[in-house]
Design a protein around this ligand. Structure first.
Ligand SMILES: NC(=O)c1ccc[n+]([C@@H]2O[C@H](COP(=O)([O-])OP(=O)(O)OC[C@H]3O[C@@H](n4cnc5c(N)ncnc54)[C@H](OP(=O)(O)O)[C@@H]3O)[C@@H](O)[C@H]2O)c1
Length: 248
């Protein structure tokens, strides 16, 4: 039986992943900030042998170390997979005028994740097994006017994870960076949808598979890898002339 710990478990994508893991018989411990939403996710995982929950605002970074210890203890044995899923797109235009919004976006998408990863990486290193899986974003692959504050936070997180991954290789611990493209969830509710969008179930399916195969970096869906290979390498002068990429 797999023991799985999920931070930000009320995210639409994480919740769908939890249901998949529960159906496989995993023991789940779910952490989120909304008691009502957490209970709903736990109830939807009822096929699993046991699901426990804990409420925490993950932006309370001073509590992160204690939260990680308590969450690992709640599983009652060595953890197999930890998923960090929380995030917030924030308000790009506001973040360009008000530092407080830029700082909030960095806090929720980068610093609060690092606050969890510091104790988690050490715990997994000591355990000498397990996978740390973290959701970042294709927005972190190139700065664009549309979302560069969020993109910089997620890109910073991807880079941070690259370092953690190599650090943990000798301990036999895997680190999976999940670079998601646009997914139709509450986060993107007001965004116009295009054919590159996928649903939360599809994203969760690919996420669970990426963790299962021990991927280092997974683009979800896969087609973002070749798309980003082109977008990342476009010379800036050309990039800036392509309104669909560099416009608002
Ligand atoms: N949807 C996309 O297009 C897309 C693309 C690339 C990457 N991502 C990333 O995918 C992950 C999941 O997002 P989603 O699309 O599933 O959207 P979502 O359903 O809106 O999930 C976001 C989750 O983050 C949680 N959260 C935010 N701040 C928190 C805090 N301070 N403490 C605890 N939880 C907090 C929210 O909690 P509440 O439920 O309590 O609000 C919510 O569960 C995020 O990291 C997001 O950045 C999404």
């Amino acid at each position: 039986m797999q023991r799985i710990l999920v931070f930000g478990a009320t995210s639409a994508i994480a919740a769908a992943a939890c249901r998949r893991w529960a159906a496989q018989g995993a023991r789940l411990h779910l952490v989120g900030r909304s008691a009502v939403k957490l209970e709903a996710v736990a109830a939807s995982c009822e096929a699993g042998p046991s699901v426990t929950t804990a409420i925490a605002d993950l932006q309370d970074m001073s509590a992160a170390s204690e939260l990680v210890s308590a969450s690992l203890a709640a599983l009652g044995g060595p953890v197999d997979v930890v998923l960090i899923a929380h995030g917030d797109l924030g308000l790009q235009l506001l973040s360009e005028r008000e530092f407080s919004e830029a700082a909030r976006i960095f806090e929720v998408n980068l610093l609060s994740a690092v606050a969890l990863i510091v104790p988690l990486a050490t715990a997994l290193e000591d355990q000498r097994s397990g996978t740390l899986a973290v959701i970042t974003s294709v927005a972190g692959e190139r700065g664009r006017p549309r979302n560069y504050t969020y993109g910089a936070a997620k890109g910073g997180l991807s880079l941070y994870l690259q370092g953690v991954r190599s650090r943990l290789v000798p301990a036999g611990v895997k680190v999976t960076t999940l670079k998601l493209g646009p997914v139709d969830t509450p986060m993107t509710e007001e965004h116009p949808k295009n054919p590159l969008f996928v649903g939360a179930e599809r994203a969760a399916r690919d996420l669970v598979r990426a963790v299962e195969r021990g991927a280092r970096e997974a683009f979800i869906p896969w087609y973002w890898r070749p798309i980003l290979a082109v977008v990342r390498n476009l010379p800036e002068a050309i990039f800036q002339r392509l309104g669909f990429l560099s416009g608002r």
